[in-house]
Design a binder for this molecule. Structure first.
Ligand SMILES: Cc1cc2nc3c(=O)[nH]c(=O)nc-3n(C[C@H](O)[C@H](O)[C@H](O)COP(=O)(O)OP(=O)(O)OC[C@H]3O[C@@H](n4cnc5c(N)ncnc54)[C@H](O)[C@@H]3O)c2cc1C
Length: 431
């Protein structure tokens, strides 16, 4: 088994991130400095460069090094917060807007892929949420009524007795399908967005960690490794990896480790036995499992096996836990080899919703809570448009206040995140 992302090896002979990143030398000035070359930062850079704005992306590692190239590649409708909770918290009008933004994000990604000719296995395969308990299916029934009756999308209930056409596991009590969701190869997507940003005129400077950002006389001065960059505006696009260079955002993001394994490529019959409808799949637990087939018929199986930001020891332990969980759900996979195991960090927020906007002249978009493939691409582009100032951007994620989780003490008390993990495990047992 390789402790590395399966997606990275699919890049094969495609131009590497290093080739795409054209600006190893940081210029002295630009209009907009963007920190972080994930989907948020690169999509913002593309939007800015297409408007003739001089945008420079500074990335600590390589293009797409963060969550953007390591995720499950599920391009999902809806948000981490369920439909009923959205209505309870915000009322019907805003709940509908928040949900509609998730659909607009998928449409945006699909259009971008077409426009920029990005070869990344995007396919509208749909997703199915799977009820881990009978009570969770009852909640799916209520969700279906609300979504089909009041939101701009339609979902289909799959009762337990019909589940065999969707998933080759006897562990579930029914499902909820949304055909509008899609699957993608995220490493190819983020590289494609980088190429599009560079083609539009943006600079992408890799191996350039931003150490400090100061504002003097209305200009931003960004210290990156051994260089200084002055800019009119700054976009912070560092997601779960946000560090002390942006304390304001860092206090608002709860970084949670998520881990993934990928099996060897399966023969047709076995792949069909696991995922007959080839959908993106996830269960209804707090500590959820998500899984799918890749284009070469591996099972990619992920979960929050460790509730702390990723590390190599956590990746090794998680690979064992995830393999055992996968076999418990799919005994037909017990003899299948695991080829890859890796981890990444997800950016959660106190209210489990993304937030984008501007604070004291600094722009940001973050907090996608496991729904960032589409939303980071859309919000990055919208933040770019907002900085350029030539487009009115109407996003429900730009209007809300961005709460600090539990006084931000998760940053000072590392054990707190593990305690939260234990709490969610308990909830999974009792709810
Ligand atoms: C294991 C896993 C599975 C997931 N599965 C899904 C899924 O199936 N579907 C879905 O929609 N979402 C999923 N997500 C979430 C999704 O991947 C993220 O929400 C999204 O990629 C966030 O993009 P981003 O550009 O904001 O951040 P990132 O892609 O994390 O990029 C941030 C970048 O900032 C850089 N950086 C940080 N600090 C500095 C600094 N000081 N100077 C310079 N650069 C810096 C980092 O190196 C990093 O490259 C998953 C995430 C993980 C980790």
């Amino acid at each position: 088994m390789k402790y590395a992302s399966y997606w990275h090896q699919t890049l094969g002979d495609a131009p590497t991130a290093e080739h795409i990143a054209n600006g190893q030398d940081v210029p002295a000035t630009c209009d907009v400095a963007i920190v972080g070359a994930g989907l948020t930062g690169l999509s913002a850079a593309r939007a800015l460069a297409k408007r003739g704005v001089r945008a420079t992306v500074l990335e600590a590692q390589e293009v797409g090094w963060g969550a953007s190239s390591r995720n499950g590649g599920m391009v999902l409708t809806g948000l981490k917060v369920g439909a009923h909770e959205l209505v309870e918290r915000f009322g019907m009008e805003i709940a509908r807007k928040l949900d509609a933004a998730s659909l607009a994000a998928i449409d945006f990604v699909e259009r971008l892929i077409e426009e920029e000719h990005i070869d990344c296995d995007f396919s509208r395969s749909g997703h199915i949420a799977l009820a881990s308990k009978p009570g969770h299916y009852a909640q799916f029934e209520r969700d279906a009524e609300l979504i089909n009756g009041s939101f701009d999308r339609s979902v289909k209930l799959v009762p337990q007795q019909s589940l065999a056409s969707e998933v080759g596991s006897g562990a579930y009590f029914g499902g909820l399908v949304d055909e509008a969701s899609a699957g993608v190869n995220p490493a190819k997507l983020v590289l494609g967005v980088a190429r599009a940003a560079v083609n539009a005129g943006a600079l992408v400077c890799v191996h350039n960690p931003v150490l400090a950002i100061d504002r003097k006389n209305g200009k931003f001065h960004i210290r990156a490794c051994s260089s200084m960059l002055s800019a009119e505006h700054v976009v912070i696009a560092t997601g779960a990896y946000t560090g002390p260079e942006s304390q304001w955002l860092r206090r608002r993001i709860v970084p949670i480790g998520s881990y993934v394994i990928a099996t060897e490529a399966l023969p047709d019959q076995l792949a069909r036995a696991v995922a007959p409808a080839k959908r993106m799949m996830f269960d209804s637990k707090h500590f959820l499992h998500y899984y799918r087939l890749t284009s070469d018929q591996r099972v990619l199986f992920g979960g929050r096996a460790s509730f702390v930001p990723e590390s190599s020891s956590a990746t090794e332990q998680s690979a064992e836990v995830l393999r055992a969980d996968m076999i418990a759900l799919f005994p037909q996979l017990s003899d299948v080899k695991i080829d890859y195991a890796w981890g990444g960090t997800i950016d959660f927020t106190a209210d489990m919703l993304p937030h984008a906007g501007e604070i004291a002249g600094t722009y940001y978009a973050a907090g996608y809570a496991g729904h960032g493939v589409a939303l980071a691409t859309l919000l990055g582009s919208q933040i770019g448009a907002q900085v350029a100032g030539d487009t009115y951007v109407d996003s429900p994620f730009m209007r809300s206040t961005f709460p600090v989780p539990a006084l931000g003490i998760h940053r000072m008390v590392p054990g707190l995140v593990s305690a939260a993990g234990a709490w969610y495990r308990l909830l999974d047992m009792v709810s």
